[in-house]
Design a protein around this ligand. Structure first.
Ligand SMILES: [Zn+2]
Length: 241
């Protein structure tokens, strides 16, 4: 009986249900917030400009990126992209999202260590999360083949390489969670200080930002489960030799 497989299935199931709850909660909050016009009457663009100015960040352009959820800060281009529902909008959601992205620009400006580390990992992590598991599986298949040819070591080594590759992806999510939470904390602080939204809208915006942060917690949990599963798969093969 492979208990590690049962634990994996149960763990993956829990994460799946959790991700559904988080996604639904986030969607509800974002929708509700997009119906509320911010108490200050300010637009997302104005908020970004004020926030950058308040933290001494200069030379950042704000651009419209058509589509949904396309909001992002690009340190390479020195641009903050705002999506259809954010760019030029004066809703609570638009302001919270824009302030969050401006928060990333401030992190970058202040050379926040975790932010820089995340940027360093980002390109590798994208590839690693996709190919890591395949390398592990290739290693396991190879060790099954090699066992018959009394040379199981190669497959085990390849599996280990796959795990190390996937670990980069896991590390990325591990770093991403506090970076995202920090950008939201910065957004919330400035929303409060500069009164971009009314007081009752503020507590709502806080919940919406938290809900967005939860999606990164789900991503981290999901990559942790995959990593544990890959370790269990490789470990089993290694011992059988
Ligand atoms: Zn972010």
């Amino acid at each position: 009986m492979d208990y590690s497989f049962i634990i994996y299935i149960v763990g993956a199931g829990i994460v799946f249900v959790w991700s559904m709850i988080v996604q639904t909660n986030l969607k509800n909050k974002m929708n509700k917030g997009s119906q509320m016009r911010a108490g200050s009457g300010k637009t997302a663009n104005e908020v970004v400009e004020e926030m950058l100015h308040a933290h001494g960040v200069t030379g950042i352009l704000i651009e419209h990126k058509p589509g949904n959820l396309t909001d992002c800060y690009s340190p390479k281009e020195g641009k903050i992209y705002l999506s259809d529902s954010t760019y030029g909008r004066d809703t609570v959601t638009a302001i919270a999202v824009a302030a969050h992205e401006a928060g990333h620009a401030v992190q970058d400006h202040e050379n926040m260590m975790l932010y820089e580390f995340r940027q360093l990992l980002a390109p590798a992590a994208g590839i690693a999360s996709r190919i890591g598991p395949y390398i592990v599986i290739a290693g396991i298949l190879l060790s099954a083949y090699a066992e018959r040819n009394s040379n199981g070591g190669i497959g085990y080594t390849i599996s280990t390489i796959g795990i190390v590759v996937y670990f980069i992806a896991f590390l990325f999510y591990l770093v991403m969670l506090p970076v995202e939470r920090n950008a939201s904390t910065r957004a919330y602080k400035d929303m409060k200080e500069f009164h971009w939204v009314s007081d009752d809208q503020l507590s709502f915006a806080h919940k919406a930002l938290r809900a967005a942060g939860d999606t990164y917690a789900v991503a981290l949990a999901s990559s942790a489960i995959t990593l544990i599963r890959l370790l269990a798969l490789r470990g089993g093969r290694g011992r059988r030799r």
